[in-house]
Design a protein around this ligand. Sequence first.
Ligand SMILES: C[S@@+](CC[C@H](N)C(=O)[O-])C[C@H]1O[C@@H](n2cnc3c(N)ncnc32)[C@H](O)[C@@H]1O
Length: 504
Amino acid sequence: MSPADDRRDASGRQRGAARSQGRTQRSAAAPSQRRRGSDPARTAAYDVLRSVDGSDAYANLVLPPLLRERRITGRDAAFATELAYGTLRLRGRYDAVIAQAANREVGTIDAPALDVLRLGAHQLLGMRVPAHAAVSETVGLAREQLGTGPSQFVNAVLRTVGRSSPHEWEQRIRDSAGDDELAQLAVVQSHPLWVVRALREALVGNGRDAGEIGALLAADNAAPRVTIVARPGLAGTDEVVEDAGDGVGTVGALAPTAVILSGGDPAALDSVRDGRAGVQDEGSQLVTLALTDAPLDGPDERWLDLCAGPGGKAALLAAVAGERGARIVANEVQPHRTRLVEQALRAVPADAVEDVRTGDGRTVGTDEPGAYDRVMVDAPCTGLGALRRRPEARWRRTPADLASLSALQRDLLVSALQAVRPGGVVAYVTCSPHLVETQLVVKDAVRAVGRLGVEVDHLDTPAVVRAIAPGGAVDLDDTRTDVQLWPHVHGTDAMHLTLLRRTR
Ligand SMILES: C[S@@+](CC[C@H](N)C(=O)[O-])C[C@H]1O[C@@H](n2cnc3c(N)ncnc32)[C@H](O)[C@@H]1O
């Protein structure tokens, strides 16, 4: 268990460069508000955990408006974010610690008290907040939210947690998981066991070493870097780097459109505000550019994004289409997400966008057979490749999701292969490396369209991807025709990409 950062002040806030340079930014709340009751940042993190547990909310949708509404900014906002997201990611690990420290199953602890304990455990074991501050502030939160009785329980359990080091707790919870190495990894690296097994199979199925599983799980537990896409023809990477300020932005190593930020608020950048750039994982950029660069036979004028919401890939596709004199149709099944696509496309020249529409992508292939030159299928999936970004997702998904999602994925890919004309190309993309959602879906869909008289070639996807990356140095399995990216190898989400060219 490696602490996220050990430079914390007595209240637990990170002591960063800004502070040493005298550029500290305090909460916008008045001092009287800041000190009244428990700490606003911890209360915000607690409220996020309660919404996630109690109302099935998504942390990344709940936290930002809550911080804005309570006027929590600067270091306090960063602390609340790390506390909420880190606690959600490492919930499995902390529950094992809490069960031992409380000497009872976590299922017997009231859910609100358990959330407070998880927050306390993350401060003590994951954030290296000084023990006295972590315990007293968290007990104060428990007293305010739950009353005196529960706060005494929280106090006793957190004192026990704080008496041992992160390393000692790791040893204990590993021992409690028995002899199975994957079960030990599941508890120490805080992933459901079925996810650990599926990710290990995905590594092996993509020609990687099963022994990488520990590094992959650890990478899922680290906060992802903020990555910006500079949309071609609208903004250059140099412009975004300059916009980000001194030493904050560096150009990505994988996608020529990517800028990695070391800090700051991406929404504050001019280019992001006006839609010439956007926040987008570098792997997502790479797979999108791969579709635009995949070799095709014949005209290259009309592109389709079949599952476009909220529009990150559509905006990149449209920017490239604009440069090449092509135009895109963006389709999305959920009306509110179609509106997000429109918003994402606001800076793209109007003649690069033919239509943004709401519809079921599964019928496009029969409604408009052979109508497109390039088609993106960024299919709805379990998101097991983006666990860094969606802190609670790993606890929500179940193996049962795979059956319904893979049937939908297959139908969407079949539709795309009918919608593309012979000679055109289709990109099948997921932010999951699960073999059922990737290799098996492609195999099933290719077989299914074969029965409809549609034939396809597998393009050399690694070669297309390598040609895009500056310097070409991407660690890929060249014995395969598809590409699987990994957080622990590429620093991206675990995006899957298969490029197919229709031949008949
Ligand atoms: C992985 S997301 C796409 C992300 C998007 N390409 C981006 O980069 O912003 C999958 C999308 O597919 C949509 N979807 C689900 N079922 C669909 C269907 N039958 N037809 C079209 N879109 C569908 C979901 O609503 C979701 O917005």
